[in-house]
Design a protein around this ligand. Structure first.
Ligand code: FES
Length: 225
């Protein structure tokens, strides 16, 4: 009776599935050579390289040259501005003297010249017009004076003598007296007449005009001999 119990064949082991290529984790692809990495808002590698690169000698010299050029032009502009300013103020010798109304300050043609000490000038009125003579003798710089007896200017130092209009008469002086440029202006300051380059006497255009002496502009007297 014993029935042999047929043994059941053992179950075959289930093969473990091999991982497929699809299951492998993806390897990030390398950027191709020469491919520019996309910027995400910041500088690129190339820009960073430029920023961090040290200044070359040529660049340094160029910057130095430009800086020197800038300083030069600033200094030149400053010097030009300073030299453009008037060196003397009004009423200061070397500057402008407003002597007043022509009819009041200019002596008649038959009167003695008027001395204007502050302006270092003699205002001399002749038949040809008005002259402002520099009151320093052109020989060695003494102060000459008007001599009513002889009706001429005479220098006390070495005896040079000059006519009322400043023309040399005699003595060691090398030339006639020097003179200043004068102007006649109206109430608005407009110039009505001005001494010419030769320094000739200037007729009065209007007795109500202002007489202005420019002691910054000296016209040398004519040499004699
Ligand atoms: S300084 Fe006037 S004549 Fe000599």
């Amino acid at each position: 009776m014993a029935e042999a119990i047929a043994a059941k064949p053992a179950a075959k082991p289930t093969p473990t599935p091999k991982p497929t290529a699809a299951a492998k984790p993806a390897t990030p692809a390398k950027p191709a050579a020469g491919h520019k990495e996309e910027s995400k808002g910041g500088p690129t590698d190339a820009e960073l390289a430029m920023i961090q690169a040290p200044m070359t000698r040529r660049e340094f010299l160029n910057y130095g040259f430009l800086a020197s050029l800038g300083i030069f032009f600033v200094a030149l502009g400053g010097a030009t501005f300073i030299f453009a300013l008037p060196r003397f103020g009004a009423g200061e010798f070397g500057g402008i003297f407003d002597l007043g109304v022509a009819g009041d300050v200019i002596p008649p043609t038959d009167a003695a010249p008027a001395s204007k000490t502050a302006a270092r000038a003699w205002i001399s009125n002749t038949d040809q017009g008005v002259i402002a003579l520099y009151n320093v003798c052109v020989h060695l710089g003494c102060l000459y004076g008007w001599q009513p007896v002889t009706n001429r200017f005479e220098c006390p130092c070495h005896g040079s003598k000059y006519q009322k209009n400043g023309t040399y008469i005699e003595g060691p002086a090398p030339r006639s007296l020097d003179r200043f440029v004068i102007r006649f202006t109206d109430a608005d300051g407009k110039v009505l007449a001005e001494t010419n380059a030769n320094g000739d006497p200037l007729p009065v255009p209007d007795p109500n005009a202002q007489l202005v002496v420019d002691t910054g502009k000296i016209i040398l007297g004519h040499s004699h001999g």
